[in-house]
Design a protein around this ligand. Structure first.
Ligand SMILES: NC(=O)C1=CN([C@@H]2O[C@H](COP(=O)(O)OP(=O)(O)OC[C@H]3O[C@@H](n4cnc5c(N)ncnc54)[C@H](OP(=O)(O)O)[C@@H]3O)[C@@H](O)[C@H]2O)C=CC1
Ligand SMILES: O=C(O)[C@@H]1CCC=N1
Length: 272
């Protein structure tokens, strides 16, 4: 299986890093990008084939992963349409808000397309990806797409393409929410007199421990939270302040905002 990335930025780098760490040969990975700095960073992640010619990349691989920004996807897709029509690779798009039907149209039609929404923890093989396959994708191609994304974390199929907007809100953008919580906890610890380094280490280890416990536990997050919360204790005070401040409703609004933005992006991009 030879895989080519069109767009060698942050996400391509995360997925390539994860693939190679999982044992996939760097020699079977191609990346093309006009930005020589991005390509240099990629080569520091793994010794993959790099270049700036998207057509040459398509000729070299079996699977093309489209990893450019949503706003330039139409331009990039229109430019490679002839090569895609002649080579008929499996196409995997990771762009937020670009629907499989828009992409298929820009690429000249009748293409096998897997649309997915990964996240940056793919770099450390802890990614979470939602996938959707259009009707042209064969069972073998589905398996290949799943294998690539599973090499860098968990990969879950959705039945309806619009579910990917919710996946984007939960796990695509999700790492940023946890990073924000980490920033806020580190800052609060420092304000209370801990050194920045100690506040940082305690925060990060706590995040890791909480996630590991939640993944390994047979009880849900609410029960794990209750087990930390002693009656009339310190956690109870903190949780009450967070809940009185509307944290749960705020998360609901924030994720709905992200989902709506994904929907808007699709409409904006279709209209271009
Ligand atoms: N970042 C994230 O957490 C996630 C991102 N995504 C999706 O992944 C996609 C990529 O995002 P991200 O990696 O963050 O973006 P980046 O900007 O880091 O990477 C995109 C790369 O594509 C390059 N590029 C521009 N034009 C072309 C072209 N014609 N041919 C090939 N490459 C080109 C860019 O170069 P230059 O810098 O010169 O423009 C850049 O290096 C987006 O569509 C995004 O929606 C999905 C899930 C999570
Ligand atoms: O913020 C964004 O639009 C992209 C999609 C999910 C994560 N980053």
């Amino acid at each position: 299986m030879r895989i080519g990335f069109i767009g060698g930025g942050n996400m391509a780098s995360s997925i390539i890093g994860g693939l190679v760490a999982s044992g996939f040969a760097a020699d079977n990975i191609w990346a093309s990008d006009p930005n020589t700095e991005s390509l240099e960073k990629l080569r520091n992640v793994a010794p993959v084939h790099t270049g700036s010619d998207n057509h040459a990349l398509i000729a070299a691989v079996d699977i093309v992963i489209l990893a450019v920004k949503p706003q330039i996807m139409k331009m990039v897709a229109s430019d490679i349409a002839a090569s895609v029509q002649s080579q008929q690779p499996l196409l995997i798009t990771i762009a937020a808000g670009v629907t499989s039907s828009s992409l298929d149209g820009w690429l000249g039609g009748n293409n096998a397309i897997v649309r997915c929404m990964p996240n940056t923890p793919a770099l450390v093989r802890s990614g979470a990806t939602g996938l959707f396959a259009n009707a042209r994708v064969s069972a073998e191609q589905r398996q290949a797409a799943e294998q690539i994304l599973q090499a860098v974390g968990i990969a879950l199929w959705v039945e309806q393409e619009d579910e990917l907007d919710a996946v984007t809100a939960v796990s695509g953008s999700g790492p940023a929410y946890f990073f924000l919580v980490m920033e806020a906890m580190q800052a609060a610890g420092t304000e209370m007199g801990l050194s920045p380094e100690v506040a940082k280490q305690l925060t990060l280890q706590t995040a890791l421990g909480a996630a590991q416990m939640a993944i390994n536990s047979d009880v849900d997050a609410a029960e794990l939270r209750r087990r930390v919360t002693s009656p009339k204790g310190t956690t109870e005070r903190a949780i009450n302040i967070l809940q009185d401040g509307g944290l749960t409703a705020l998360f609901s609004q924030a994720l709905e905002g992200a989902r709506l933005r994904a929907e808007e992006l699709a409409i904006e991009l279709e209209g271009e």
